[in-house]
Write a protein of this length. Structure first.
Lengths: 221, 221
DNA sequence: GTCTATAGGGGGATAGAC
DNA sequence: GTCTATCCCCCTATAGAC
């Protein structure tokens, strides 16, 4: 915000504008012309600063994913310290994973809410770009699956992966489709209340993880 | 399949092609040229049969959502009959909701797998078209929230809506991002096994619904 | 019902002046 | 670093012959 940076941050304005428009209208539906207009920059500036639309998309993610994943790992460290020698607490681990993403919405200064929506959609978008971005989740994925395995030592890898996957689905849905809940619940639910949302999701997922294992019991068709 | 319909089903071929390509590459990224080429039809045929790309998109959904939602209601009826006077069983209700969508993948003759993926993405896509399509879910939503309320009479509407929302998120994620699970689990999980997937998700969600209620307990930041 | 041809509008990327 | 002008592509939708 200082005057010394004012003239140099076209790049930042482009990132902000792209983040906002990608989240609001989708990546394919957003043109470089929309972005540069929103950023009050020139059409050629995207190619000058980033090289291509795809590179801009990657940059939008690179700017924020790192901090989110770092916070996840720090919170996981805290869970493990609190547990001493024993396994960490299940709810603590799940909250460590879920909270940093769901709290993006509250990020002051920045348009974290837009990024949260975009990131929630990332999992299901058909873009080939996904694969590159998912590499940035590898460490988080490994650390958390290890921690969950210590929480639930008798659970097979298969079931553990499935339940983590369901948890990610609930989280992603909350990040990108909260408006639907607000609409269908007719005001009963408020996805803008991050603390409550985190608490509800953590409790739901922890109970799901703790369920007795189904060995393809009873009913099949 | 009969010869008498062979010459008239350009319309069907267009729907199949659109369903496939929308699922695979996204709606915005799929052009009418792609669709008509895939369907071995003429570029003008989409506008002749449907009027516009948007109308084609709606037709793709209209063709399959009806049957899925009808099956959900029938299965819910079955749960309620089985329960007699009392409340239906929680797992039965959840499976009634989840199974018809997850079993789309097995739909023979048709490309149900593609539609499943597309439908899973519908919740989070930025298209304005969503609102029109969601109207078709209204009855299902009401019947299932009522049934869940009878299963869990002490649960507030707020918590019930949240947990149904989390369940929908897990389901949608499974429908549209199963490939990610297959990749990250390195073969431990097989999202193509519909029976197992349904069982796992039902058990997970039922446990989540059954969790003790959190009154913003303990930790907040 | 099906096709060709085309209108008319954006799209991403780049060259080259400043 | 920033801007204008422009190349060349693909898009949706429609007109009109068959």
């Amino acid at each position: 915000m200082s005057d010394s940076t004012r003239h140099t941050d076209t790049r930042e304005r482009l990132l902000d504008a792209a983040e906002y428009l990608f989240a609001q209208r989708g990546v394919d539906a957003t043109s470089l012309r929309h972005i540069t207009a929103e950023a009050a920059a020139n059409l050629a500036s995207v190619n000058y600063h980033f090289g291509s639309k795809e590179a801009l998309f990657r940059a939008v993610f690179a700017r924020r994913i790192g901090p989110v994943n770092q916070e996840r790992l720090e919170r996981l460290d805290a869970c493990e310290r609190a547990a001493g020698q024993g396994p960490p607490e299940l709810e603590c681990v799940l909250e460590a994973f879920v909270a940093p993403a769901l709290r993006l919405r509250l990020d002051p200064a920045h348009g974290g809410e837009h990024f949260m929506c975009l990131m929630g959609r990332l999992y299901t978008e058909p873009h080939g770009l996904k694969t590159v971005i998912f590499e940035q989740f590898r460490e988080v994925f490994q650390r958390f699956t290890e921690a969950l395995h210590r929480c639930l030592p008798d659970m097979s890898r298969e079931v553990l992966f499935w339940r983590l996957f369901f948890t990610v689905g609930s989280m992603a849905h909350t990040m990108s489709a909260g408006a639907i809940l607000e609409h269908f619940s007719q005001g009963h639910c408020d996805p803008a209340d991050a603390d409550k949302t985190i608490r509800y999701l953590t409790v739901f997922a922890a109970a799901g993880f703790g369920a007795a294992l189904p060995e393809s019991s009873g009913e099949s068709t």
